[in-house]
Design a protein around this ligand. Sequence first.
Ligand SMILES: Cc1cc2nc3c(=O)[nH]c(=O)nc-3n(C[C@H](O)[C@H](O)[C@H](O)COP(=O)(O)OP(=O)(O)OC[C@H]3O[C@@H](n4cnc5c(N)ncnc54)[C@H](O)[C@@H]3O)c2cc1C
Length: 329
Amino acid sequence: MSAAFTILGAGVLGLSVATELATRGHAVTLVDPAMGPGGHGCSWWAGGMLAPFCEFESAEEPVLRHGQASIDWWERHAGGVSRNGTLVVALGRDRAELDRFARRTEGFEVIGGNRVAELEPDLAGRFDRALFFATEAHLNPRVALAALQSGLAARGISVTAGPPDDAGEVIDCRGLAARDILPDLRGVRGEMLVLRCPEVTLARPVRLLHPRVPIYLVPRGEGIFMLGATMIESDRRGVVTARSVLELLSAAYALDPAFGEAEILELGADARPAFPDNLPRIGRAAGRLYANGLYRHGYLLAPALARQLADHVETGDKPEFWHETDDQR
Ligand SMILES: Cc1cc2nc3c(=O)[nH]c(=O)nc-3n(C[C@H](O)[C@H](O)[C@H](O)COP(=O)(O)OP(=O)(O)OC[C@H]3O[C@@H](n4cnc5c(N)ncnc54)[C@H](O)[C@@H]3O)c2cc1C
């Protein structure tokens, strides 16, 4: 039976939950004071990597399992998914990092320099060994958010600034703003740059491992790249520090010196919403349902959270990511 829901927050999670519920025939109202996705939300600054195997290096098993399924969800609801895999490399002096990464994950093949050159001709001769995660994917987050928003608009659902009188069941997807009802939510600061460097062509995200400053470059087409990202225990948002810019750009330069000529189009920073175990949660707080804590897996896990939430409101079953506080147990 269809029901009515008001979703607070039009970041990747709110839009994914709205899409899942609307696709299942429910009435949805989407509320965000900013009236849609943009630089005010964490989702705007993401790399858009759908990289469950690489993330498994430092994440729990559910991230791997649900992350794999999310790639099809994005293809179905937003399109624009590039399924070219991920290439992971390390400079000669950091070779041990490649071995450590390989030990901690799965779903890759170890490749030599010739295969690196086949996959990414611009990196020919620079790396004689790499890990290739063939089944991973990436998308352009801003394009994906716009696609979800226009898919909803086609169903008559637009983002409004304030809730309607008859709101139905409220689902809180406000990201870090939900700390007012979720006290153990914290911010993990991530800084990024957008570069234009027509001298370099990459077909897939490339991760350069480093013991202190690992980076990734995600191609956005037409010589544009997202370079990310720092991981700092801080909920500070906004401007990027000089140290982070220096470190990220030095690493990009080490990957390919052609990045020395890149134009810096954007600098951005936001705080990823995270719970203490860095896994997302669905639960009840302040009398409403919430979903939150996507950490560095917003695009990777939003589809799983959206599906689990929709199943929960339809069946009452407790989803895998369900969280109860001590006084609710
Ligand atoms: C540099 C960087 C790189 C990243 N790269 C990746 C990546 O490659 N892959 C990946 O999967 N993840 C990545 N992430 C993580 C991802 O961006 C986050 O996990 C995700 O954006 C969190 O989404 P959200 O919808 O919960 O929050 P947000 O995007 O912050 O959305 C919350 C929304 O709530 C709204 N809001 C606030 N107050 C209210 C209110 N009172 N009522 C209604 N609405 C309100 C806000 O305006 C906002 O639009 C990255 C993050 C960063 C910072």
